[in-house]
Design a protein around this ligand. Sequence first.
Ligand code: NAD
Length: 249
Amino acid sequence: AGSLSGRLALVTGAASGIGKAVCELFSKEGAVVIGVGLGDVSGVISSLKERFDEKHLSVAVNVSQNKQVEDLVKEICKKYSRPPCIVVNCAGITRDALMVKMSEEEFDDVIDVNLKGTFLVTKHVAAELIKSKVRNASIINIASIVGKTGNIGQTNYSASKAGVVSLTKSAALELSRYNIRCNAVLPGFIETNMTQKIPHNIKEKVKAMIPLGHFGQPEDVARTCLFLASEQSCYITAAAIEVSGGLGT
Ligand code: NAD
């Protein structure tokens, strides 16, 4: 049996990139995975079902919509007779622009998905965990190294991710009495859809700043999430772990 054998894991942003890699690794480690995305999550889940077993589930939910998140968590509790004891908040977007050119909408959209979405999922799952008396849970929030360093063109995104780190620490303090751990992961530059659109010359400049000398892969972040989800990390809460090859130190 894997290190997450029989545990119920909710993963947002599951259709691609880091979220998809988390779903695959958690499934391999024996978890029952509920993958949440904007509508196209069925692909990753059906491939999990084929390769592992039938138990996984995919749901189309916009994490920035309170009602959708609340209903999702209620339905999961009904279907599985328990709330998920592992959550990975991975849904995220960028809307890059220099600050003086950034629209109010570009600012709000990023805060809504990255920060409010993380709040809503964490809040509704934590409420059910407390109610159901599940006392061994791990919530993992995907922030970013730019939440610490800042980044040109990302006033919205970097602020949302600094917010995610701070939210994670406050939630950890509130939930530690229930043995619900909350930690943030700060990826550096990971090769996914999100970073694919960045121009080649900028990518090369970033690469030159990475101490380990190469970009990260979604699986690099997924392995850190597995550590934080498993009992290996049972004494870690309110932490912010950088997975950046040394970028942003
Ligand atoms: P990605 O674009 O492949 O994944 C993001 C996923 O979130 C997509 O599947 C998308 O459909 C989903 N999503 C977007 N808005 C949503 C919403 N409102 N509700 C539900 N799902 C929604 O990119 P990724 O790189 O895998 O990003 C995953 C997370 O990692 C994000 O939070 C991102 O900010 C963070 N991150 C990525 C990098 C990187 O270099 N790629 C670095 C630091 C942090």
